[in-house]
Design a protein. Structure first.
Length: 45
């Protein structure tokens, strides 16, 4: 079985699905950027 290419809508659905790793990665990324003790937060200033 060949894998089909995912559309941008599929990516968006994945990022909002709490059972998907993309959703957890998105939450972690947001938390890291909002955390003043994290290096990503310091880079954004």
């Amino acid at each position: 079985m060949s894998k089909r290419k995912s559309s941008s809508n599929d990516d968006r659905s994945d990022s909002f699905n709490p059972n998907n790793n993309a959703e957890k990665a998105g939450r972690d990324n947001r938390a890291n950027q909002l955390n003043p003790n994290h290096s990503e937060h310091k880079k954004s200033k």
